[in-house]
Write a protein that binds this ligand. Structure first.
Ligand SMILES: [Fe+2]
Length: 260
């Protein structure tokens, strides 16, 4: 059975969220009501050669080619190519049935790749959307360079009071990130690579210690040879900065069920 079919068939219990990782900041989430949402799916090798002198060849296998992706919602946290990938979007077979959500610069790319305007929604910190039993809230993120000033994160919640996952997106370090604590996320998924002004493993562990979720998941450390770190550094930093939070490293393409 193909992975998209496996995801569609996967039964998610009430108040839970299921999560699959595809490398970097790419995830698919599924709700008990059957809503399937992709976030920052990078399903090509389009960054390869983007920066002369930098090795940005993808190292994570493409588990779902864009033409086979089957999601109801396609979310992006900002417009950098490892998050809003024009080649992935161009090759989506089901783009006429998906809703596309992202900040302004990502929406510009959605349009340029032929997504009709009625399927595009602009997101921003504090925005809220409901799709079936998936609740989406935008969160603040600090831009990492001057090419896109519309970075953001998302808190995705199952139903009215189910599991909540906070994804930081790419962000520089600022105490404003601690504001996400007021939404009491159960799971925090955070970048840890430190490169290009993203949170370092130590900053990410400090953030997790302030937010105090039940589980913290590292991401954005694995895709490119020239932008990789060992996630064990984040795990070790959590021992000191977030000792009460469970560290969880994900495997690619496997379901993780979060029920609280
Ligand atoms: Fe990134």
């Amino acid at each position: 059975m193909s992975l998209p079919t496996e995801i569609r068939n996967y039964k998610v219990p009430d108040r839970s969220l299921a999560l699959w990782w595809f490398g970097q900041n790419g995830y698919i989430l599924k709700t008990p009501g059957g809503i399937v949402a992709g976030v920052d799916l990078y399903l090509t090798d389009s960054c390869n050669g983007l920066q002369p002198g930098m090795n940005l060849r993808r190292t994570v296998p493409i588990l779902i080619p864009p033409s086979e992706l089957d999601v109801d919602l396609y979310l992006c946290t900002h417009s950098h190519q490892d998050h809003t990938d024009p080649e992935t979007i161009r090759n989506l077979r089901n783009k006429d049935t998906m809703q596309f959500i992202g900040p302004q610069e990502s929406c510009r790319i959605f349009s340029a790749e032929g997504i009709e305007s009625s399927r595009i929604r602009i997101s921003y910190p504090k925005c809220e959307f409901e799709f079936g039993d998936l609740h989406i809230r935008g969160t603040f993120a600090l831009p990492t360079d001057d090419t896109d000033l519309n970075h953001m994160g998302f808190i995705l919640r199952s139903g009215a009071s189910g599991a909540k996952v906070y994804m930081t997106g790419d962000t520089d370090y600022t105490e404003l990130l601690f504001e996400a604590a007021k939404h009491s996320p159960d799971v925090v998924i955070t970048c840890i690579n430190g490169g290009f002004n993203n949170l370092s493993h130590w900053e990410a562990a400090t953030l997790v210690g302030k937010i105090k979720p039940k589980v913290a998941i590292p991401c954005h450390y694995d895709m490119f040879p020239d932008n990789s770190v060992d996630p064990k550094q984040f795990r070790a930093a959590m021992v000191l900065r977030a000792p009460d939070v469970q560290y969880q490293e994900l495997d690619y393409g496997k379901p993780y069920l979060f029920s609280f």
